[in-house]
Design a protein around this ligand. Structure first.
Ligand SMILES: Cc1cc2nc3c(=O)[nH]c(=O)nc-3n(C[C@H](O)[C@H](O)[C@H](O)COP(=O)(O)OP(=O)(O)OC[C@H]3O[C@@H](n4cnc5c(N)ncnc54)[C@H](O)[C@@H]3O)c2cc1C
Length: 389
């Protein structure tokens, strides 16, 4: 088999890269190791309205719920409400969402092979070795786009290095006494050290409850049983359980000759929230477009493909770096530091600024605004100011 562009992995980043490659004239193949697209799912499915726009599929049956704000809970049980005037985010059903993205890639002219796992890469010739239910075959590609998720083999085989940190996560779909169907609940502090826990409302009495941290299962069990707030709201049963991992801190380099890496595989994830759909979609579209242009020009050298790296870094590179520093600072805060921070944030003027300027895809903007308008926050948490410089 011979293709101009082969995309490995039919998650959101892979389908969008394939769509933009095919749309721009390259003969494109998308391969996926699983027998179906969008399953198994390891995602809370919370995306901003902007992220949905970036995915170019509009509103549809993949939307499970609309979110207008967040309840942020401190370790000592204080709750602050951050509310916008309009829908800020959507809760999506990943299985349906991922299939819709793949459908758009196919409609743009991409070929798709399911149940086909990339098991090796012969770098000199850019040949992928693939296993389809025990049958081995080879695919020759001028460009291979590795969209193969957090455990990416394509980045490993092409010696593009590793992401800075991988944070494991678990989640259940549980019966839960929701306070408000349009509010996500965020739990900070030692229930999920170094990150946070969440309850994402799906429908009346049902939420995705999860967290990302080291030893996540142990922390989730403990949170469901003992957390001041969650233990009262969790109604003791769950319908589903998933596990996964979030890559934090992008690869140092995302291209080499005939190779591009996108999405989780490249660590294109917001380190402050773990969200990777918006960032992955934005980068995948650039990757697909640059791949097709490079094919047209007959130049797949690393230098030519650097257009992808330069464009994605100028769009979100700085935000990811700031997010990484914010994540590192928050990881070092004790429960009492976080209690104090939330007490300070629980001020009508501060909450107004957060509601007005908060952007889940670009959190550094609101941190900057807060520090400018409320220097008292800066005095107490000066290290946050250093993070956004
Ligand atoms: C617990 C948890 C909660 C999350 N919640 C959110 C959230 O609320 N919002 C958000 O924006 N993000 C969230 N994320 C992150 C989000 O799920 C990822 O950023 C997103 O799925 C990345 O998309 P992707 O296409 O890069 O990779 P993936 O979605 O991981 O897709 C990679 C695909 O590659 C395939 N593949 C892998 N290896 C091979 C191979 N060798 N051959 C063929 N196919 C292969 C896999 O089967 C998979 O289909 C969460 C992650 C976790 C773990």
């Amino acid at each position: 088999m011979r293709y101009d562009v082969v995309v490995v992995g039919a998650g959101p980043a892979g389908s969008l890269a394939a769509k933009y490659s095919a749309m721009n004239g390259a003969k494109t193949l998308l391969i996926e190791e699983h027998v179906e697209i969008g399953y198994p799912v390891s995602c809370a499915g919370l995306i901003s309205a902007k992220a949905l726009e970036e995915c170019d599929i509009g509103l549809g049956k993949w939307i499970k719920n609309e979110i207008a704000g967040a309840l942020v809970c401190s370790p000592d049980g204080q709750e602050i409400q951050i509310k916008g005037q309009e829908v800020k985010a959507y809760v999506i059903e990943r299985k349906i969402f991922d299939r819709e993205l793949a459908k758009h890639a196919l409609k743009a002219g991409t070929d798709l092979l399911l149940h086909s796992k990339a098991i090796g890469l012969r770098k000199e010739e850019n040949i992928l070795e693939v296993n389809n239910q025990g049958e081995h075959f080879e695919i020759s590609a001028k460009i291979i786009i590795g969209a193969d998720g957090v455990k990416s083999n394509i980045s490993k085989w092409s010696e593009l290095g590793k992401v800075k940190k991988v944070l494991p996560g678990v989640q259940i779909l549980g019966l839960y006494d929701l306070q408000d169907l349009s509010f996500v609940e965020i739990f900070t502090g030692s229930s999920a050290p170094g990150f946070f826990a969440w309850a994402i409302p799906i429908e009346k009495d049902i939420a995705r409850i999860g967290l990302c941290t080291a030893r996540p299962l142990q922390h989730l069990k403990s949170m469901l049983k003992y957390h001041k707030v969650v233990s009262k709201r969790y109604l003791g049963s769950h319908l589903d359980f998933t596990m996964g991992a979030i890559p934090l801190g992008p690869l140092k380099r995302t291209v080499s000759k005939g190779i591009m890496i996108v999405g989780d595989a490249a660590g294109q994830v917001k380190p402050s929230s773990g969200g990777g759909i918006y960032t992955g979609a934005l980068c995948a579209k650039i990757a697909g477009e640059v791949a097709a242009k490079a094919i047209k020009e007959g130049d797949v050298s690393a230098e030519r493909l650097m257009e992808y790296e330069n464009r994605w870094r100028s769009a979100i590179g700085r935000e990811l770096n700031i997010g990484m520093r914010i994540n590192e600072i928050f990881s070092r805060l004790s429960d009492s530091d976080i209690n104090e921070l939330i007490r300070m944030i629980n001020d009508p003027e501060i909450l107004r600024i957060i509601s007005q300027y908060g952007d889940m895809d670009y959190p550094s903007a609101v941190v900057k605004k807060l520090i400018l308008k409320k220097p008292s926050l800066l005095r107490s948490f000066g290290m946050l100011a250093k993070a956004i410089r």
